[in-house]
Design a protein around this ligand. Structure first.
Ligand code: MLT
Length: 252
């Protein structure tokens, strides 16, 4: 059964994702930030494509909702939080519903409506994600990219997932060409990539990294480069359109 990587949501047709397990990847910064928010105790995350949609949902949840996200990389006017993972702490989001919208990451999730299952990946949950993929006999790694452009940081993460899987057991076959390219990209920065500084430098030298440097937000890149800071794997529940911790059913 296949392992497919798509470097952009637009590269994957609805049929490519239908009834499959899809991992959405937006390392800089949406999936890193959502993972951090849930690890910090957010109750759930509602991903929205549009700013007004997010405002409308938050208005229906007075006292329970935190509005977060970005446009052009910056916090949206009237929102509580931006898209920096460091903003998402127990104090800011603990016990709250995070209503969240970003330019590329939350929109990439929209393309997964026909999937069987949707997980979110970031370097912070790399090992936990790989562990949860062990039980899948096929899956898709879907990179969010930036405004229709391929981004190195997301491709590197897709390669890191495949590399980790290969190191510890059987991996679904066959792969599409993007899966082979992603693994080559990751192997190209190994062995140093397991060192946080080397990975941070590679992420800084990416489309998303350069955007964040221009915004004075390179500290977010250093956070996104930390591998295995949490066992939290966010899962987008397609029926309710809520992102919850993967093992939330066991926690209930
Ligand atoms: C996005 O979803 O577009 C990104 O997370 C952009 C950003 O880094 O703020």
């Amino acid at each position: 059964m296949p392992l497919d990587v798509y470097f952009l949501p637009a590269s994957a047709s609805p049929e490519n994702l239908a009834q499959r397990t899809v991992v959405v990847i937006d390392v800089l910064r949406a999936t890193t930030t959502i993972t951090q928010a849930l690890a910090a105790g957010a109750r759930e995350v509602i991903p929205c494509s549009e700013v007004e949609e997010a405002r409308g949902i938050a208005e229906q949840l007075p006292g329970c909702a935190v509005l977060g996200g970005e446009r052009h990389g910056r916090r949206i006017n009237g929102f509580d939080l931006g898209n920096s993972p460091a903003e998402y702490t127990r104090q800011t989001v603990g016990g709250k519903t995070l209503v969240f919208t970003t330019t590329n990451g939350t929109r990439a999730m929209q393309s997964c409506r026909g999937a069987r299952r949707v997980l979110l990946g970031a370097f912070g949950n790399l090992s936990a994600l790989v562990e949860s993929l062990r039980t899948e006999d096929e899956f898709v790694l879907l990179c969010a990219g930036t405004l229709g452009h391929v981004t190195r940081e997301d491709v590197l993460f897709a390669g890191a997932v495949i590399h980790r899987l290969l190191a510890s057991g059987p991996v679904p076959q066959p792969w599409n060409d993007e899966a082979c390219l992603a693994l080559s990209a990751w192997n190209g920065i190994l062995p140093g990539a397991m060192n946080q500084e080397t990975l941070r430098d590679a992420l800084l030298d990416s489309r998303g990294g350069r955007n964040l440097i221009a915004l004075g937000m390179e500290a977010d890149v250093a956070i996104a480069a930390r591998i295995d800071t949490t066992k939290m794997v966010p899962e987008l529940q397609l029926a309710s359109w809520r992102i919850l911790p993967l093992d939330h059913r066991q926690q209930c």
